[in-house]
Design a protein. Structure first.
Length: 194
């Protein structure tokens, strides 16, 4: 009898604690069309391997949470934003690899930082109805000099009728907004054309 009570107590605690569901941040890419005019410069981007591998867990609805890999999910869209603006783009594995940077004539290296959070208005469904992203991005030159920096704060929203076929919808919407704004900021920055 005592064993049954302990077992039921463990099950009950598990139910109350909720569980974590996997979502993805990668947006649809139709908003990121190729630019007709590119800056004739080669750039790179750096995301530390620890960031690529990092999983983040934030609140969902109904006491549950959501887990995702923000840097891995957004790497492709970062590359797309940069290749739409500049003639060539390289992924840089280490900022200390001066030889790689020099041999490929990389003039600027972009370094993104992502801070995310989520929440839900629903007590009964787990997908988040609200997802926030703070995207900070800086460009460095000569391996150390920060020549450009911008922070973009956005929120993506989705209601039950919308996300019942895509549980990641609010996160995808936030990501799309953040990187569309990043593309706009790059477009309006004269420093890279000099």
């Amino acid at each position: 009898m005592t064993k049954n009570i302990k077992f039921l107590a463990v099950i009950f605690a598990f139910i109350l604690s909720g569980c974590s569901h996997q979502i993805q941040l990668n947006p649809e890419m139709k908003e990121f069309t190729n630019s007709d005019i590119k800056i004739d410069k080669t750039v790179g981007y750096f995301i530390a391997k620890a960031d690529i591998d990092k999983s983040v867990t934030t609140p969902g609805g109904g006491g549950d949470s959501v887990t995702y890999k923000p840097y891995k999910d957004t790497e492709t869209v970062l590359y797309t934003v940069l290749i739409n603006k500049f003639e060539d783009v390289y992924k840089i594995d280490s900022l200390e690899d001066k030889q790689f940077i020099t041999e490929n004539n990389i003039q600027y290296v972009f370094i993104p930082k992502l801070v995310t959070n989520s929440s839900s208005d629903s007590a009964f469904t787990w997908p988040p109805t609200n997802f926030t992203i703070s995207l900070s991005c800086q460009a460095i030159e000569n391996g150390k000099d920060v020549v450009w920096e911008k922070t973009i704060d956005v929120e993506g929203n989705a209601e039950f009728d919308e996300f019942k076929t895509d549980f990641s919808l609010s996160a995808r919407r936030a990501t799309e907004k953040a990187f569309v704004k990043l593309a706009e900021e790059l477009e309006n920055t004269a420093a890279f054309t000099q």
